[in-house]
Design a protein around this ligand. Sequence first.
Ligand SMILES: Nc1ncnc2c1ncn2[C@@H]1O[C@H](COP(=O)(O)OP(=O)(O)OP(=O)(O)O)[C@@H](O)[C@H]1O
Ligand SMILES: [Mg+2]
Length: 262
Amino acid sequence: MTSKNLKDPNLAARTNGRNLIAIASGKGGVGKTWLSITLAHALAKTGERVLLFDGDLGLANLDIQLGLMPKHDLGSVISGRLTLNQAVFTFDDGGFDIIAGRSGSGGLANIAPSRLQMLSDDLVLLAAGYDRVVLDLGAGVERTVRQLTHNVGTCFVVATDEPTSLTDAYAFIKLTHMERPTAAIKIIINAANSTREGERTYNTLLKACEGFLKFAPPLMGVVRRDGKVRDTIRAQSPILTRFPNSEAAADVQSIAKKITEN
Ligand SMILES: Nc1ncnc2c1ncn2[C@@H]1O[C@H](COP(=O)(O)OP(=O)(O)OP(=O)(O)O)[C@@H](O)[C@H]1O
Ligand SMILES: [Mg+2]
């Protein structure tokens, strides 16, 4: 990447955040970070230029899941020592670019709203140099999490079949839909026992959205529960490198295909 993207308003106007995909959930631990990495990897494998951004300002850990030790991270950008462009590095194994968060510090969670808005606007400019940007968000429905979704074209809300995951996903959808009724919200059911069961879980969430919000977010896909996910996270290497033919890898690749065909 060069600094060209941040300086060329025409390039930025071309995409204007439409190619940004945020991965949100409400409840923590539902697989957002793993899914963000795998989706970025799957999109890169289709030939797209992809940037993966660690937007978990509280507990950033994208670099940990990949076993990376980035020289730069968002901490330096937020403190003004680096521009967003300068914090980009390439993850050769996956063929995509990354902006890492500040692992293990939790220190970015208190960022001022105006500073976060600047960061988010810079990300839209940077995104113009890519086909797709995947934004891994923190759990919860707090201001910082929601503010990062304001500029994105699409928001994938991840839920599992756990009741608390569904109620928290519903809370996230409700707040986002009320703030931005035109936001494209789509659902991913992760760690499902089967594709059928995942679709049933989606229908439960859909009924709540239709009943209370008069809004029907579509299903983007179901990702099956797969022991290989834990294995790859333990080994700090991507599932599409280690087990490209596993069920979970195949499910995420189907989602990537759907995205590129849209
Ligand atoms: N499809 C799956 N099959 C089996 N296990 C999974 C699957 N997806 C995620 N997991 C497990 O869920 C755990 C949590 O994943 P991850 O850290 O990506 O969640 P998260 O939503 O990003 O969490 P946080 O909210 O803390 O950021 C992982 O350790 C992984 O083992
Ligand atoms: Mg995470």
